[in-house]
Design a protein around this ligand. Sequence first.
Ligand SMILES: Nc1ncnc2c1ncn2[C@@H]1O[C@H](COP(=O)(O)OP(=O)(O)OP(=O)(O)O)[C@@H](O)[C@H]1O
Ligand SMILES: [Mg+2]
Length: 344
Amino acid sequence: MFKPKKTVLGLDIGSSSIKAIEMIIKGNEYAISNYGQISVAGQEDLAAPLKELLLQMNVKSRRVATAISGREVIVRYISMPSIANDDLRKAVQFEADKYIPYDLHEVILDSQRLDESALGLGNTGEMKVLLVAAKRSLIEQRVQLLHQVSLAPFVIDVDSFALGNAFELKSILSPRAEVEGKVVALVDIGYSKTNINIMIGNNSFFTREIYLAGNEFTEEIQKKLEITPEEAEGCKKEPGIYALEIQEAISSVVDDLANEISLSFDYFEGQFEREVEEIYLSGGGSQLFSLEPDFERIFGKRINHWDPTEHFEILNDQVDVEALRLNAPQLSIAVGLAARIKDI
Ligand SMILES: Nc1ncnc2c1ncn2[C@@H]1O[C@H](COP(=O)(O)OP(=O)(O)OP(=O)(O)O)[C@@H](O)[C@H]1O
Ligand SMILES: [Mg+2]
């Protein structure tokens, strides 16, 4: 008898494109066994493009890990008196009211105790707990979309945690001594939003979403250079001789984004008395040609780009490796989701 292969499809439903990465267990390792991406910018009905993507990819696995984000997903890092892990769920349920701006009947709650040893605080008698609440209707909507295309979600994560998961895997697969124990900020700049996840080792200590990203860069270029949205999008990606003009046109939006990111760093640093040491950029918007020098100047920190796919074996016969490498900066969340194969 053939045993069914263990695969998981990581599905990142972004506001400009849906990205799908399929992982498979090969021996003791994970490999990328399929990849696809389809544009959905401005589309309301996502079932049709999703169906098309699955057809294009000829996806066999129905088991999906996906993520939600936005204002209806609330993430809080709270301090509580230390209690036994068994009692955590009940205690959090009791505390949640203080932190969640919705009626608790309208949300689905999840919680996890944080490993504070990463912070080196010693025993304070308090514990830090990660509290996540998502509007029930948002989750139901996502499940319904997946059911419409005959997919079954086994994990519904949150974008910034999936991003963290991809980074954690990168650190496990290629440990860099100089990163160990460091405070790193993952910053994923997409089309409509920027996700921040501040991590120490494998623990996330702060997440936030800023509603400013690649689309605002394009709009600003369009306005200042008085060109069409399509031309602005083209110039942004291939500025050629207009590079300086474009850098200048978007400087105020880049400053606004950097300011919001700085506020998050300040908040984290105030809470935990640790400084953010390095920034790891991902997301399509992070490919903006002038972003790295601008951020380096503004933050005075080392800015890194990273490829979430680089340490995985890629099954060449099924995957367009060139497209995968080209779009790698956009794939962190999908990779982080597919890697949940470890949980099946
Ligand atoms: N080479 C490039 N230079 C500048 N911007 C780029 C480049 N390539 C892609 N982008 C921008 O990246 C954005 C899309 O990135 P991404 O796919 O990460 O977003 P998304 O996941 O669909 O959106 P969101 O996460 O906000 O829901 C677009 O605004 C696009 O213009
Ligand atoms: Mg995205």
